[in-house]
Design a protein around this ligand. Sequence first.
Ligand SMILES: Cc1ncc(COP(=O)(O)O)c(C=O)c1O
Length: 384
Amino acid sequence: MSHEHLDKSFETIAIHAGNTADPLTGAVVPPIYQVSTYKQDGVGGLRGGYEYSRSANPTRTALEENLAALEGGVRGLAFASGLAAEDCLLRTLLAPGDHVVIPNDAYGGTFRLFAKVVSRWGVEWSVADTSDPASVRAAVTDRTKAIWVETPSNPLLGITDIAAVAAVAKDAGAKLVVDNTFASPYLQQPLALGADVVVHSLTKYMGGHSDVVGGALVTNSAELGEELAYHQNAMGAVAGPFDSWLVLRGIKTLPVRMDRHSENAGKIAEMLTRHPKVSEVLYPGLPEHPGHEVAAKQMRAFGGMVSFRVTGGEQEAVDLCARTKVFTLGESLGGVESLIEHPGRMTHASVAGSALEVPGDLVRLSVGIENVDDLLADLQQALG
Ligand SMILES: Cc1ncc(COP(=O)(O)O)c(C=O)c1O
């Protein structure tokens, strides 16, 4: 695959990296190599380096090259889901007796992976407020091997100063992992700010159309990239060829989608701050957001996710989610269509009773790229 586009700007890389014309036909879009195995010219005589599609598949390679280029890393790896990527990363970085610092606000499934799965293998974890580097430093022990950050965080839209926490990780000799799902590499580049590994749920903004589940890891260390690739093959939760193709297609419009998501979300957040039935709006683009300055420093724009709390309590939050007509009530995020959900009973039900529990009066919006006036009117009618 060609690397000739990698000195270009983000929009150009998004469209071209990994997307070389098919050498056989000239097709300008990489074919879906829906194949499990490859003919060998004599034992070990591989034509294109491919032998079996769990180890590598050309459509997945195209996506992995694209992902590495977008995040400014040297190695990208695509998985069957975001959680499959996280699982591979944790089992590559951590061994029994190791310790990891996790954020006090994160996707519920990520917390569940630490609390219910990885902890069973003797890995210890503690929770820190990653928006405060001192809290992260205080949580570090002499066995800490990784610090996990999600910024902006799901669902409270907390902001972590990636460069500041990277300095803490470096002092501790731990790897800094940043879940970049909410921002996407168009809005935020964690590796350039000192992170060691970037995690993605490709299901969200990268795919962008609510039609595929996928995950990714990107690192700027060739050595760690090799170890991760070894585990990806050994564990086997790879992205299939069609899923890889869908994400590769989605990424081509990532910059224009993220610009519109951010623009629409900013207008919606601003409207919500003035609504009498809303007690608090959580959006890093608002000047009063505690992470606004850090977000303005490390992000190109503030993204499409907005959370807010209602004055009427939990039942009002639940009822509101059922009253919207343009916003669809559903889990997930990052698609072109707007979604609304109640984190406490939906995406974050698995953190109930933990340090990550979310308020019952919280509503989360994934603001889509529809006409913003239709979105504003829908929320206004639903709020009443
Ligand atoms: C921030 C974040 N990270 C990771 C994941 C997990 O990704 P997946 O659902 O693709 O396994 C999600 C899913 O909602 C998420 O929101």
